[in-house]
Design a protein around this ligand. Structure first.
Ligand code: 3HC
Length: 692
């Protein structure tokens, strides 16, 4: 049963009980209607309360039903809301935890609503490329007023119910126990002759047309890739019309949006992120280790950023480094970052103080022996890692987790520097670690399942998106990025310039093109990797333009010059005549006749390079699922959310078409880079996709 029914003091209480978040799937909808029918047929029942079991009232429609016949299988959510609204006995929604999407729409169909002050109220459909489709765009403006409703719906953000107190959305914000208060209220209103319906109200606003025009203009720039925002405004505008007319328009918009590739991609991303936390051979009930204190070895940019993640989560941190000066610099940077947040109003001075209170420093490894987790964030040099892990193995208490933040080195080799490889794991944070959401959790051959489960759980506590990767050079993200950057370089040899490449891929939706990105990260990092590759894999070819750039001292923003020119105090990238001339000269030196390269070729070559390496990563088991690769690219590499990640994008293009393009590129310059990954070929031949 997905609801419970009981009668308390003449009030029927229908409790949604569909863990974990009481989504309104078909069974739950039917069960609500059964409860309403039963209550209406019982002469001893004078009123009805709808509440939620567990941590939520309801998180809304069941997203996994979208696009299936089940979503509209009667009773649809519309039918449930209609039945509630037309009930002859008063229906009160008792809201705690979250009331989101269809959950809030159902509550707005009730005659009365009561909530705890902390209940999170939202219509977040826009994040899924949708709009509220069960009356949300019609009832919320009637209950909250046009402006507030529009802001909530277009942003999709949640608001604590306490902040909406005094509006017709809530008859009461309850301080004590919610259910007894809702039952008492339901008894009180039972004898009223008529019960209010949100649909009968009129939308309040002094200058509705002017405000709507302003709102349309505000979302116009993003509307091409996010059609949902503009549609939300259109549907909200329809709330000025008679209810049924507006509701019919809302539903038509919902159906259109549901079929867009943007919405499919965003729904994929929603489930992919959650699926990433499930590891096939590590069951959900795997015991975890307690992490109350953390030590970080290395107080540099990375170590400090990682430290901030823990401080933000209220976990005490001890920073270890080799000199007082390094520690002082690390602490000063952390404080500066927090003060910058405080000056922007993101943190209070008190919160800054609380975080800094949790921070300690030391030069002595002995001082961190009792930490539950230690993360090494020192220079990427295996000899340095070896000495750090030897020392950690000597001092750390038994059962402590020993993590490395390495972005390229072999975790199994690092684990072999200790006598406890089961306790060693990779935690690859992305820079700036306190901002970036992605955390690659690198599972070594001997990493304990409890260690893995603990780190994944910790990821959620740190508000990171944690994805498990196997051991290989570059793990998931950077290994794929190398192929992407390599294509970007080869495009320069053939005829493109950095600005054209960046603009083409940014137009596709990437937050930043490859050349702007590498200028920010520092060209010397990729240069060091290439130098290593020249020795390890001499037949692996790159454009030499990146090396020439570094030899000229143009390392990126930090040297004021990279692929672009930079001005002091200005982070904008200005195309560089000097660099462009160097690129053209290099083509000449290679004997290449430069050609005009279409933007569509640039995008295909960059994205399909990711897809091909992603397929290899999948086949080798470095990533467990195609959707894990998508999550890495969406949360760590600026891949556009509305395209769902490289693997879903390839599925949407059709793998057959992807392979055809790759075969074409294979006949071009350095075509050997385009050997189709066996898994990709097999799936394309079978007419299947990565995410099937
Ligand atoms: N439908 C289906 N499954 C849902 C769901 C939903 N609306 N909301 C959450 N879930 C599932 C998650 O997939 C996850 O499943 P898993 O355990 O199998 O991986 C589980 O519930 C727990 O979710 P979280 O890990 O996200 O739990 P949190 O406690 O961190 O967050 C939450 C809870 C804030 C409710 C968050 O899950 C959330 O934001 N959910 C989506 C809310 C939403 O977008 N609602 C609108 C739905 S569309 C709609 O209602 C259309 C209507 O207008 C017609």
């Amino acid at each position: 049963m997905t609801t419970h029914y009981e009668v308390r003091r003449g009030v029927a209480v229908i409790t949604l009980d569909h863990p974990p978040v009481n989504s309104l799937d078909h069974a739950t909808r039917r069960s609500v209607v059964d409860g309403i029918d039963r209550a209406l047929a019982d002469d001893d029942v004078v009123a009805i309360v709808i509440a939620g079991a567990g941590s939520a009232f309801s998180a809304g429609a069941d997203i996994s039903e979208f696009g299936t016949a089940m979503a509209q299988c009667e009773p649809s959510l519309h039918a449930v809301i209609r039945i509630i609204e037309n009930a002859s006995k008063p229906v009160v929604a008792a809201i705690h935890g979250v009331a989101m999407g269809g959950g809030l729409e159902l509550a707005m169909g009730c005659h009365y609503r009561m909530a705890t002050a902390t209940a999170q109220i939202a219509l977040p459909e826009v994040h899924l490329g949708l709009l509220p489709g069960a009356g949300g765009t019609q009832r919320l403006p009637r209950l909250l007023g046009l402006e507030e409703a529009l802001n909530m719906i277009v942003s999709g953000t949640s608001v604590p119910a306490g902040q909406l107190s005094g509006t017709p959305l809530f008859q009461d914000i309850v301080e004590g126990e919610l259910l007894p208060a809702a039952i008492a209220y339901a008894r009180e209103v039972a004898c009223a002759k008529v019960h209010p319906k949100a649909r009968d109200r009129v939308v309040q606003h002094e200058n509705a047309e002017g405000f709507l025009a302003y709102a349309r203009q505000a979302v116009a720039a993003a509307s091409k890739q996010h059609p949902a925002k503009a549609k939300c405004i259109d549907a909200i505008a329809a709330s000025l019309k008679p209810f049924d007319e507006g509701a019919a328009y809302e539903w038509a918009c919902f159906e259109q949006l549901q079929a867009t590739p943007e919405s499919r991609a965003l729904r994929h991303a929603f489930f992919a992120e959650r699926a990433a936390t499930r590891i096939a051979d590590v069951p959900a009930d795997t015991p975890t280790r307690r992490i109350d204190t953390v030590a970080i070895v290395g107080a540099g940019t990375m170590g400090g950023g990682i430290g901030m993640c823990f401080l933000n989560a209220g976990i005490p941190v001890t920073l270890v480094d080799t000199t007082d000066a390094a520690l002082d610099r690390g602490v000063a940077t952390i404080l500066r970052n927090y003060e910058a947040s405080a000056s922007k109003g993101k943190l209070t001075r008190e919160q800054v103080g609380q975080r800094m209170e949790l921070l300690r420093t030391t030069l002595a490894y002995n001082d961190i022996r009792d930490a539950d987790l230690v993360i090494e964030a020192v220079f990427e040099d295996i000899a340095i890692k070896q000495s750090v892990f030897h020392r950690l193995d000597e001092v750390m208490k038994p059962g402590a987790i020993l993590a490395s933040n390495t972005s390229t080195l072999d975790i199994d080799r690092i684990a072999s520097f200790t006598r406890r490889p089961q306790d060693v794991v990779g935690t690859h944070f992305f820079s700036p670690a306190n901002v970036m959401r992605l955390l690659e959790v690198v599972r070594g051959a001997q990493t304990g399942k409890d260690v893995l489960a603990t780190v994944m759980q910790l990821g959620k506590k740190l508000r990171k998106v944690a994805v498990v990767a196997g051991v290989c050079d570059g793990f998931i993200g950077n290994r794929m990025l190398e192929q992407y950057s390599r294509q970007a370089g080869l495009l320069l040899d053939e005829g493109a310039l950095p600005e054209q490449v960046d603009k083409a891929i940014e137009h596709f939706g990437f937050a930043m093109g490859p050349f702007r990105m590498i200028d920010m990260a520092g060209n010397d990092i990729a240069w060091a990797i290439r130098k290593r590759r020249y020795i390890e894999q001499p037949d692996f070819t790159y454009s030499m333009t990146g090396d020439i750039l570094c030899e000229q001292g143009r390392l990126g923003q930090k040297t004021g010059a990279g692929w672009y020119d930079y001005k002091t105090g200005d982070r904008r990238a200005y195309p560089s005549a000097q660099v462009n001339a160097m690129i053209v000269q290099h083509s000449r030196d290679l004997g290449l006749v430069r050609r005009r390269i279409a933007d569509v070729e640039i995008v295909e070559r960059l994205v399909y390079a990711l897809v091909n390496e992603g397929a290899r990563i999948l086949e080798e088991g470095i990533a467990a699922k195609a959707s894990d690769i998508d999550v890495v690219y969406l949360s760590g590499y600026g891949f556009p959310a509305y395209r769902g990640g490289p693997m879903l994008y390839a599925d949407q293009v059709g793998l057959y078409n992807v392979v055809r393009s790759m075969r074409r590129f294979a006949n071009g310059y350095h075509g050997q880079a385009w050997q189709v990954a066996p898994l990709l070929q097999r799936l394309a031949d079978a007419g299947r996709g990565f995410n099937d």
